[in-house]
Structure formats: structure tokens, C-alpha cells
Design a protein around this ligand. Structure first.
Ligand code: PLP
Length: 363
């Protein structure tokens, strides 16, 4: 049987051994962290120990960590629960290349353009902020291109305007320093933890009201009995560190090889995450590329994983001004465990595909 090579780590990562072990151990514990008996106290100790670990990872005190069901919920909580002065929620300004979790967090988002490399247009942000303070959502790094945003500049503008900054760090976490922001969204399944668990890091707990009330868990910020096995797995995953420089070297070598045969690397001129490459093959629909590579045993994606399983033209690449090319790129995303042999084999398969499809526009 043909071996299958997974190059879709931006969609989800394999659960690491330490995370799996911590999750299984927590499943064996009977007790609700809110119960006062011995079982409850043991569960609470596990919960707070995990919170300490995630807080250390994020560089904050434990009371600033709100566990959620993942990145989407963390973003929804900040987008809808953030408060500046007064009871009404602030305007929400979002980068055009944000994940759908941000773009669809509210139906009144104001889009900010990006440049052709996918970085936020700071002049447009400044202009939007001149109309008054707002909540601004700009991701740390993009899930389709790996492009890293100029967050220090963004943070300065937001702070000067008296606004709040929400950073979606779902893809960046564990691969680069986490930003200094009012809210930071994290997700465990992008960094070797289980799916369905994440956190919102909240700088000032007073700036956030709950959107999901109930039993008052998470210091009143997110009602509901916590997913203790997930949280234990999440904490075990963030406690592990990896050598991402070797991953970057592999990705760049791959991109260089494919470029020589006509590939276009989107966002190439911007700083990028070590593990994500957006690789365009002119004239060939992304869905065709994904299917052909899948038949050869390589799992990659066309832009973001979509719940419908359908491949649509990428809104990220479209926002970068790519026109038709927005529907002609695949995302290849590596892990620290991806080997040179896997990259070599993938490159050969891609080159064979490109030769077979007779690239338009190729060199
Ligand atoms: N933000 C980004 C940049 C993502 O890539 C994803 C997942 O694909 C999310 C948010 C949503 O995270 P979750 O799957 O934990 O809800």
C-alpha cells in the first residue's frame, strides 16, 4: 500500500504522546473541579496546575487564562465580550486575511485591507481608528500563507487610539513569541494537543464580560464544567518545545525547488511562520492539485480547512490582490517531525503533477 504523508499541520496536528498520556490520565479522575469533596479537589488541582502551565507559556499570571472550547470560541468571546468604557460592545476592526472565526465572529465587522504580501495596511488602520476607539483583531500569523503581521506597530496604533487589541495566535503559538495584546486566542490542536480545547488570554479581566453564562466557571468569564481531559492534554502539549529553525530550512528548500519549476510562493516577501507555505501552480485549480496529490499519498490543503469539505478560492489570497491565482494555490504545512525524505518525495510528486498538467505561465 502507498504510504501517506501528512503535510497539513496547519489544519490540525497529531496529538503528542505527552498530551495523550495527560488526557487519558485525567479521564480516569472522577470529580468536578467545583465540588468540595476529595474528588473535586483533585480535579481542581489538575485544572489549576494546567492553568499555571498555559499561563507560563503565554507569559501571564494564571488568572489571565480563560479556558474555552478552542480558538473559535476564544475569538468569539473576545469579539463579543470585550468592553471599553460603557456597556456597549466596541466597533470591531479586522484584517481582511483573518480566519473565518474572526471574520464571522460578528456581523458588523469592519474590514481592513492588506498589502500584496498579506500584511495589514497600517495607514488604513490608523484612519479607521481616527473615528474612535475600537476592538482591533489582527492575527499573529496567517493560517494559509504563514505571513506574520507587524503586531508591535499595530499594538502602538491601537493603544494610542485607546482601543483594545485581539490577536488570533492560533497558528503562531509555540512557533514564535506570543504578542503583548489585550486578548490572545490559542488552540490546542494546532500545537500537538487535543481538538476542542483552547484559551483566551485576557490582560484585564475587567475588560471582558461573559457571553456564555452559567455556573460562573473561569472566574465568571465562561460558564460550563471545564473539559479537564482536554485542558490536561493542552497543558502537556504547550510544555514541549521544538526546533522550528530546521523546519523553516526544509520549507524554504522545498519552495526554492518548486519555484524553479514555475511555482509561485504567496507572501514570500513578508516574514512567515517556519512551517507554512502557500504554493501556487498557475492555471491549475487548487482542488485539482489537492486531489492529484492525495491520490499520490500526500495530504495538503487548499487554503483553510473548510467544514463543508469543499474547496473555495482563498479569501486570503484574494485580499492580497491575486485575482484568479487565489484559486490556484495549495497550502503545505510541516511539523518538526517532517523529514527530508518526505519533503523530497513530495517535491517529486509536485513536479510530476506540474509537468503533467502543462503549467500555463510556468518558466
Ligand atoms: N484561527 C486560526 C488562524 C486558525 O487556523 C484556526 C483553525 O483552523 C482557528 C482560528 C480556529 O481554531 P479552532 O479550530 O480551535 O476553533
Amino acid at each position: 500500500m502507498k504510504s501517506r504523508i501528512y503535510l497539513d499541520h496547519a489544519a490540525t496536528t497529531p496529538v503528542r504522546d505527552a498530551a495523550r498520556a495527560a488526557l487519558v490520565e485525567a479521564l480516569g479522575l472522577t470529580g468536578n473541579p467545583s465540588s468540595v469533596h476529595g474528588g473535586g479537589r483533585a480535579a481542581n488541582a489538575l485544572l489549576e496546575g494546567a492553568r499555571d502551565t498555559v499561563a507560563r507559556f503565554a507569559g501571564v499570571a494564571p488568572e489571565h487564562v480563560v479556558f474555552t472550547s478552542g480558538g473559535t470560541e476564544a475569538i468569539a468571546l473576545a469579539s463579543n465580550g470585550a468592553r471599553l468604557a460603557g456597556p456597549t460592545r466596541p466597533r470591531l476592526l479586522v484584517g481582511a486575511t483573518e480566519h473565518s472565526a474572526v471574520l464571522q465572529a460578528r456581523d458588523d465587522v469592519v474590514l481592513l485591507p492588506v498589502d500584496c504580501d498579506g500584511q495589514i495596511d497600517l495607514a488604513a488602520l490608523r484612519a479607521a481608528l481616527s473615528e474612535g476607539p475600537a476592538l482591533v483583531a489582527v492575527q499573529a500569523a496567517n493560517n494559509e500563507t504563514g505571513v506574520i503581521q507587524p503586531l508591535a506597530e499595530v499594538a502602538t496604533l491601537v493603544r494610542e487610539a485607546g482601543g483594545l487589541l485581539l490577536v488570533d495566535a492560533v497558528q503562531a503559538a509555540g512557533k514564535m513569541a506570543l504578542p503583548d495584546a489585550d486578548f490572545v486566542a490559542l488552540s490546542a490542536h494546532k500545537l500537538g494537543g487535543p481538538p476542542g480545547i483552547g484559551a483566551l488570554i485576557v490582560r484585564d479581566p475587567e475588560s471582558l464580560i461573559a457571553i456564555q453564562r452559567g455556573g460562573g466557571q473561569e472566574r465568571g468569564h465562561r460558564g460550563g464544567t471545564p473539559n479537564l481531559p482536554g485542558i490536561a492534554g493542552f497543558a502537556a502539549a504547550v510544555a514541549q518545545t521544538h526546533d522550528w529553525s530546521a523546519v523553516a530550512t526544509r520549507r524554504i528548500a522545498l519552495e526554492t525547488r518548486l519555484k524553479a519549476a514555475g511555482a509561485i510562493i504567496h507572501g514570500e516577501a513578508a516574514p512567515r511562520l517556519p512551517n507554512i507555505g502557500s504554493i501556487g501552480l498557475p492555471g491549475v485549480a487548487a482542488s485539482t492539485q489537492v486531489m492529484m496529490l492525495d491520490l499520490e499519498g500526500y495530504m495538503v490543503s487548499a487554503g483553510a480547512a473548510c467544514s463543508s469539505g469543499k474547496v473555495k478560492a482563498s479569501h486570503v489570497l484574494a485580499a492580497m490582490g491575486l485575482g484568479a491565482a487565489a484559486g490556484e494555490a495549495i497550502r503545505v504545512s510541516l511539523s518538526p517531525a517532517t523529514t527530508d525524505a518526505e519533503i523530497d518525495a513530495f517535491a517529486a510528486a509536485w513536479l510530476a503533477m506540474a509537468a503533467r498538467l502543462g503549467r500555463k505561465g510556468a518558466a
